[in-house]
Design a protein around this ligand. Structure first.
Ligand SMILES: Nc1nc2c(ncn2[C@@H]2O[C@H](COP(=O)(O)OP(=O)(O)OP(=O)(O)O)[C@@H](O)[C@H]2O)c(=O)[nH]1
Ligand SMILES: [Mg+2]
Length: 313
């Protein structure tokens, strides 16, 4: 596969789900390759088939172990599964990061499974967009389920979570204070709570804390269930899959999938519009003008609002 491959040449192997074509297309989207737009334009009408699950939670909670188990379970049903490991703290993008590769090595050689790590560096327009693009490409490549693993609780994760249909928040026993910290961002987005490492002491307490927190948030039409798992042993996996399906069915019945699709469309359109408008305005004005405006703002000769007006007029 040479570097000069065009979108048209990539499309067919991509639609067949060929891993190399998929990997290349994801990189193109990440790097803003000239052919990237053509790919999206061709694929856009075919999207919307894949079920997209998110797994989020603190480092070491067992997300990758759980992902591996879920993926294997879905594989046994004959599904093809895409896995995106999103780590904003990692400088590495592309192949699976070493730890995950080892943890997921049993599934990594299976052509019905595609694993990719997504990192901030190189992701033009941010991690959430790169992740959304990768989800779309997996969808177009015929993957039935996409699992998105995200670490941490930053804005990147919250944005990434907006890309999934059902979001699992993974907690572990013995993280009392951490629950407080996690609460602010990610708790509201949970469709499912998973208490992993339930083989350890303290699962009851985590469950009480989650229930207490749920009591504080406004009543929702979907009451996120709290499930227990021992990912390293595969315990609790069928129950999690069953709840994910239940949530999916509930979303469909509520028109929730269309709503999510529309929200995502709006977010995507807004951010692309802002980015593209800015790029074009800068290019039209020229770098020297932009710099002189910046200098004028800093020198208190021009206020920033007026400067933006100038460049856009
Ligand atoms: N005791 C116990 N250990 C587990 C369980 N699930 C996973 N582990 C172990 O916990 C460690 C971390 O698991 P990972 O799956 O890498 O966790 P992660 O959340 O993906 O970690 P990061 O991606 O680094 O944030 C590994 O050593 C796992 O074997 C469990 O249910 N019980
Ligand atoms: Mg992991």
């Amino acid at each position: 596969m040479g570097p000069d491959r065009t979108a048209d040449e990539l499309l067919e192997p991509l639609r067949r789900g060929e891993a190399r074509a998929l990997a290349r297309a994801i990189s193109w989207m990440e790097n803003g390759h000239p052919e990237a737009r053509a790919i999206m334009a061709k694929l856009w009408p075919h999207l919307g088939r894949a079920a997209v699950f998110g797994l989020t939670g603190s480092p070491g909670a067992g997300k990758s172990t759980l992902t591996d188990r879920l993926a294997r379970s879905l594989r046994q049903e004959g599904q093809r599964v895409g896995i995106l490991a999103v780590d904003p703290t990692s400088p590495f993008s592309g192949g699976a990061i070493l730890g995950d590769r080892i943890r997921m090595q049993r599934i990594a050689d299976d052509p019905g499974i595609f694993i990719r790590s997504m990192a901030t560096r190189g992701a033009l327009g941010g991690l959430a967009r790169a992740t959304q693009d990768a989800i779309d490409l997996l969808d177009a490549a015929g993957f039935d389920t996409v699992i998105v693993e995200t670490v941490g609780v930053g804005q990147d994760e919250v944005d990434v979570v907006s890309c999934v249909h059902s979001c699992c928040v993974v907690l572990v026993p013995g993280m009392g204070d951490e629950i407080q910290a996690v609460k602010a961002g990610i708790m509201e987005v949970a469709d499912l709570f998973i208490i992993n490492k339930a083989d350890r002491e303290g699962a009851d307490q985590v469950e009480r804390e989650i229930e207490a927190m749920k009591g504080l948030s406004p009543l929702q039409a979907w009451d996120p269930p709290v499930l227990r798992a021992v990912a390293s042993m595969g315990e609790g996996v069928p129950g999690i899959l069953a709840k994910l399906r239940e949530h999916g069915a509930w979303l469909r019945a509520q028109g929730g999938l269309e709503r999510k699709a529309r929200d995502r469309a709006r977010l995507r359109f807004d951010s692309l519009l802002a980015e593209e408008a800015s790029r074009r305005a800068r290019r039209a004005a020229g770098e020297a003008t932009v710099e002189s405006l910046v200098a004028a703002i800093a020198g208190r000769k021009l206020d920033p609002y007026a400067a933006v007006d100038q460049i856009l007029s």
